[in-house]
Write a protein that binds this ligand. Structure first.
Ligand SMILES: [Zn+2]
Length: 269
């Protein structure tokens, strides 16, 4: 297997993977979406709520705030040795929120949540939770736990996790004077004209939509678009809870564990 990083920053990772097949790529994609744990608020104790939204609505909104996750310190509640319904410091983070509007209407933002662990905080301080009118109060305690995307989308660590075949494009080597329809129609601007010749400018942008092939008026078609059977481009975009490369690492670890478990069960029968 060959892996090449095409693009990488704090929330985005785009890699080319060669010598793999669709089942493996799909397993990684599904595990990243549904099995890699992340932190989210799971329980809220309302102490005072005189705001216009019901307790349930506020709890739901709090649950959807992405929280920076630390997979090395915290355990999944079901795997934690405390076996407690309320959790322990190894499987739970407590947030408090005490907001009040003394003058006029104001918005309460995620940055006002106070965490008992300074490393587990909302990814952004600017997520609106509720608006308070003059005299209204919101006082609550919220508990965050690790969880999995398969149980609730709030625990999904990625906003995008998708793969596509590695595109393969052949353009005419000689001048193609007929038209430039393939260049103009491409929605991803893959082609460009250089000295009257068609050139592939951005191969990786190709989504294999085949618009360029259809647009070509000559028979046989002068542009040929296909894909490599065992090469893929994987794109992971996180919502900020974990770095994208960590999500991929965790996904491969989980796949490995699942395969070992499967092997043991098959062997035991
Ligand atoms: Zn615990």
């Amino acid at each position: 297997m060959k892996i090449e990083v095409i693009e990488k920053d704090a929330i985005n990772l785009r890699i080319a993977i060669r010598d793999v097949d669709v089942p493996l790529m799909n397993a990684l994609r599904r595990i990243a979406l549904a099995e890699v744990p992340s932190m989210a608020i799971d329980e809220v104790v309302m102490i005072e709520n005189s705001a216009i939204l019901q307790d349930e609505m506020i709890a739901h909104r709090l649950g959807l705030i992405p929280l920076r996750t630390d997979l090395d310190t915290y355990n999944l509640p079901e795997d934690c040795s405390c076996k407690s319904e309320f959790g322990c410091p190894q499987c739970r983070v407590t947030f408090t929120l005490n907001a009040e509007s003394k003058e006029g209407t104001r918005t309460v933002y995620s940055g006002e949540l106070i965490s008992d662990n300074p490393n587990i905080v909302p990814v952004s301080d600017k997520i609106p939770i509720i608006k308070l009118a003059k005299g209204q109060k919101l006082n609550l305690e919220a508990y965050a736990r690790l969880g999995k995307g398969k149980n609730h989308a709030k625990w999904q660590p990625v906003s995008v996790c998708a793969y596509k075949y590695f595109p393969k494009i052949e353009v005419p080597a000689d001048k193609c004077p007929e038209c430039q329809k393939c260049v103009d129609i491409c929605p991803k601007r893959v082609y460009r004209i250089k000295e009257d010749k068609i050139e592939v400018k951005d191969l990786l942008a190709c989504t294999l939509c085949m618009d360029c092939v259809e647009a070509c008026p000559t028979e046989p078609k002068r542009v040929k678009v296909s894909w490599e059977k065992d090469a893929f481009i994987l794109n992971i975009e996180t919502n900020g809870v974990l770095p994208p490369e960590r999500i991929l690492q965790e996904a491969t670890k989980i796949l490995d564990t699942q395969l070992k478990e499967f092997e043991e069960k098959v062997g035991a029968e």
